[in-house]
Design a protein around this ligand. Structure first.
Ligand SMILES: [Zn+2]
Length: 224
């Protein structure tokens, strides 16, 4: 028969062993995961296609003041009406080839013979009205450049303090489709004769070219 003291000592040893095992387990649990890589978080709207992801990571929300690039976005955005932005993005290189590298000076001089040829090309949105609008909009774009030098400087006149706006949406649903700034920009562009342009397209333009930064607060590319 074990004595009372023996039983007590054995129980104490058991308790200490159990306690040390728990400590070891706790150490394992708090140990950082092996070579933890920083988490990359993206705005969820871009996740369904690699073309969208690339656009999100490298263009959307980054300030762009380059005239050729701004005209490129305008051509693509005005071609989008009724289609998804992703559909147009996937046709971008076809547009670049047909629209003279998105040079507004060259596009403004396109003739109806050019339109007749382009409307047959399956690589772009085959809408005669949209192609004609792009040519017309190139002429308006050049008029604005003559007035403001840079198209970006014209856009800045519609923004408070003439600076980019950084919003901090927590969720995609908080991002608006248009704002008073895009309303005013669209109204002025229409007054100047631009076609296929409305407040929603203007807001998309402001977002794409980084005049408005609408990346979610937790997006890894918000300040990329
Ligand atoms: Zn983002």
């Amino acid at each position: 028969m074990p004595t009372f003291e023996y039983t007590l000592r054995r129980n104490l040893r058991e308790i200490r062993r159990s306690f040390r095992a728990q400590q070891r387990q706790a150490l394992v649990l708090v140990k950082p995961s092996v070579a933890a890589t920083p988490e990359v978080y993206r705005c969820p709207w871009c996740l369904r296609d690699p073309v969208y992801v690339h656009y999100h990571d490298n263009e959307w929300g980054r300030l762009c003041t380059d005239d050729l690039k701004l005209f490129e976005f305008l051509v693509l955005e005005t071609s989008q009406a009724g289609l998804s932005w992703l559909t147009v993005l996937k046709k971008r290189e076809n547009y670049r080839a047909l629209f003279a590298g998105f040079d507004p000076v060259k596009v403004a001089d396109f003739t109806q013979a050019d339109v007749d040829r382009m409307v047959l090309d399956p690589g772009i949105v085959r809408s005669r009205r949209k192609i004609n609008a792009a040519i017309n909009n190139a002429q308006v774009f050049l008029g604005i450049k003559r007035e403001y030098d840079r198209f970006a400087d014209y856009i800045f006149t519609f923004l408070p303090e003439r600076r980019p706006i950084v919003n901090n949406p927590a969720r995609v649903i908080e991002i608006p489709a248009n704002t008073p700034y895009s309303d005013a920009l669209a109204a002025d562009l229409r007054k100047r004769g631009m076609q296929f342009i409305g407040s929603t397209i203007c807001y998309a333009h402001l977002q794409a070219a980084g005049f408005v930064n609408d990346h979610l607060v937790k997006c890894s590319f918000k300040h990329a």
